[in-house]
Design a protein around this ligand. Sequence first.
Ligand code: ADP
Ligand code: MG
Length: 491
Amino acid sequence: MNMHARPADPKKLIKGATGDWEVVIGMEIHAQVTSNAKLFSGASTAFGGEPNSHVSLVDAAMPGMLPVINEECVKQAVRTGLGLKAEIHLRSVFDRKNYFYPDLPQGYQISQYKSPIVGEGVVLVDTADGTIEVGIERLHLEQDAGKSIHDQNPTMSLVDLNRSGVALMEIVSKPDLRSSEEAKAYVTKLRTILRYLGTCDGDMEKGNLRADVNVSVRKPGDDFGTRCEIKNVNSIRFIGQAIEIEARRQIGIIEDGGVIEQETRLFDPGRGETRSMRSKEEAHDYRYFPDPDLLPLEFDQAFVDALAAHLPELPDEKKARFVKVYGLSAYDADVLVAEKETAAYYEEVAAGRDAKAAANFVINELFGRLNKEGKDIASSPVSAAQIGAIVDLIADGTISGKIAKDLFEIVFTEGGDPRQIVEARGMKQVTDTGAIEAAVDAIIAANPDKVEQVKAKPTMLGWFVGQVMKQTGGKANPQAVNDLLKGKLGI
Ligand code: ADP
Ligand code: MG
């Protein structure tokens, strides 16, 4: 669905004193390019080095130093553009964006302004109300700045240039988002795509993915309102909070008869407010002009085609394949493809097995347990082969689904070969009807009152099944228990 024409969704409107309001959001995402070296120098991009240890003469802006474009960063930007189904520009231009700040030794940032490397694209975002299409306006390459540290010593500010010159992709969305939920889902999806592509690790805690969030409000059907830009929001949760808080602030001002001033604001999660940082700077304040030290960036279609030929399977395609090939629900497929490592793990479990049973076990048992431990698939103590073995034991009737949960817990905490554990600990399902029958008879004999009740109320059968399972240590085959009980109770 084209978002520009999307009618306001009543569920997403915010109630104000004068009626309902629609929030409009557009995002500028700064994604650090995965590359060993910086955009215009050979200095390392490694995180966490001693301050000022990864700084070349170019990054420190020594006089006479010339930038040289890093081809790997260009490839990463093109790959990303392809992943965003975007137009790739065979010719783009680097500009100087001039401003002063102590962590910007050049006195300008090399960025792309009028001619970015990537043009319009699209990201499909799944929400509770269906899939929305979020337009990408552009993607351009630019340098990161250094880092100012103000809190080390009250009389001193320090500058660390390790980040200075690191390549960033600025990915600008169209104002197509209509709620904080949609905005969070968009960033999550974009991050998934970048991770699949291997062009940005998406680590928001390290600042490798930062969001500038543009927010405005309007009455449904009206033109766009004036926006405020909330700078550098560094977690998905904060993006949601900042939008909610900013939208309410703007509604309050307009309903009190005021007008929104276009400005740049900061989100303060501690206080739960956004604060004015500066009035919005206009492009002309930056005195953009083409960087005379750099030629326009040009490559041919063959360069793009070669990168396109080696693009990995992306989340949307993987999801479609999981639905088609494995017969999974769209929801399950979504959960499994959210991380490419998870998807690969799942495929290893599903290989040669009942794919739905494998998905259920991975999603319900494994993910739930990993979540509880704060672990992810990479640090999972249980391998795909072990999960596969458990799924096989259920499938061939060796254990019941209930015992499988206990078995999983043992494998999760102690490790080991599931089949051997089942043998060693006598966890095999009892399918021998003789043994089950003895338990059934005993329960029936001991509970004549319940036997009367179940004849009038067949849903009571569950109670009998529970008792038999208890007596057999959960090892009785549930189907056999059910059949025997029904026969003996005459229902
Ligand atoms: P600038 O270059 O001044 O930052 P852009 O036109 O490039 O301005 O827009 C920057 C971001 O603001 C984009 O993500 C865009 O979608 C978003 N945006 C533009 N207009 C609005 C609006 N009225 N409300 C919310 N977001 C908006
Ligand atoms: Mg901007």
